[in-house]
Design a protein around this ligand. Structure first.
Ligand code: BDP
Length: 332
């Protein structure tokens, strides 16, 4: 009896030890990343980030899995960027707008009207400017694995069509957290109001702000069009987005797994860009059908001229980035 008990507990001990060492091995071998995304189900970025997660699992043979948290449930974008930098989260789909205050090279894309159109932005990002921007972000702990599209941002508000800078005078306009955007609104004579994305709908509805600015898909998916029914095609910002991973996590991967996650991100970006194009059209059609009053701004030169102080301030604070600004401006 006595011996049998000893024997049984020894056996049990051995089994426990084996289980512990197996799971210890498993946790060394398989990593679960937590991924942040601000958008709702069905949005191009959401679909593409889910695809990214599937591809990572497939290409790493399950050594890395990505658990995506959509709809901004893990917090605001500036907080999530900080979390990915310090390793509280591993990965996210971020707009370069709120990355700008952290990485001055990345802030170049937030200079209003720096890109003429989406094609210009793609060519710049795919070339030397993109490399410099990535390098600046890497220095701050963020590795950009791939670039997503985010269209062009235009002004919308609950009061009136915007045709000239004078129409913005006195308007309270929500912006993302970035001094360049506050400077942009102030230079047009408006009152900038930096605010989290999740708070904009209520603020428009209750009149805390008169307007905001965004692309067609976000204007539509958030319901902002229901409470701010004038959309004026200023297209003042064309801001790319990244799939960004924590630098230490990325650096700790084998070369094969680095390639796998990079390939996964790039494949997801191909999907995102295709879905983006379709969604930009369908969102526009949807809001116009619902009665949104839309106007083009045939002559944007007064808006562009008003941005001089924004460029001057950026270059005064970052004199070494003048060549990067010029590189983008001169990209054909
Ligand atoms: C959307 C971006 C998202 C931003 C949002 C905003 O995709 O990352 O958080 O605009 O205005 O277009 O905050």
């Amino acid at each position: 009896m006595f011996y049998r008990t000893i024997g049984a507990s020894r056996l049990l001990g051995a089994a426990v030890a084996a289980t512990v060492s197996l799971s210890a091995m498993a946790s060394v071998e398989a990593a679960e990343w937590r991924g942040w995304n601000i958008h709702k189900p069905g949005y191009p970025n959401t679909v593409a980030m889910d695809k990214f997660a599937d591809l990572v699992k497939e290409k790493t043979g399950g050594r890395i899995t990505v658990k995506m948290f959509h709809s901004g449930v893990l917090g605001s974008q500036p907080d999530a960027i900080e979390q990915v930098r310090i390793g509280g989260l591993e990965i996210g789909n971020f707009n370069l707008g709120p990355i700008g205050p952290i990485a001055p090279e990345a802030n170049v894309v937030s200079l209003p009207f720096i890109f003429k159109d989406m094609g210009h932005m793609h060519r710049a990002l795919d070339g030397k400017a993109g490399e410099e921007i990535s390098a600046g972000m890497a220095k701050k702990g963020l590795i950009a694995l791939a670039w997503y599209d985010s269209g062009a941002r235009s002004f919308y508000n609950s009061k009136k069509p915007i045709m000239t800078p004078a129409d913005v005078t006195g308007m309270k306009v929500r912006v993302m957290n970035n001094d360049l955007y506050s400077g942009m609104i102030a230079s047009l004579g408006g009152n900038p109001s930096p605010m989290a994305f999740s708070e904009v709908y209520q603020s428009l509805k209750t009149g805390v702000v008169d307007g905001a600015e965004n692309n067609w898909p976000s204007y539509e998916s958030t319901g902002h069009f229901e409470v701010a029914g004038y959309y004026s095609l200023s297209q003042h910002l064309i801001i790319p987005e990244c799939v960004c991973v924590n630098a230490k996590v990325y650096d700790g991967l084998s070369a094969a797994d680095q390639k796998a996650v990079k390939d996964a991100a790039r494949e997801s970006a191909v999907l995102q860009r295709a879905l983006w194009e379709k969604r930009a059209k369908s969102s526009r059609e949807k809001v116009l059908a619902s009665g949104v009053k839309f106007n083009e701004i045939p002559d944007k030169s007064a808006f562009q001229a008003a941005m001089k102080p924004v460029y001057d301030k950026y270059l005064a604070e970052n004199p070494s980035l003048k060549p990067l600004v010029e590189l983008i401006q001169n990209t054909k």
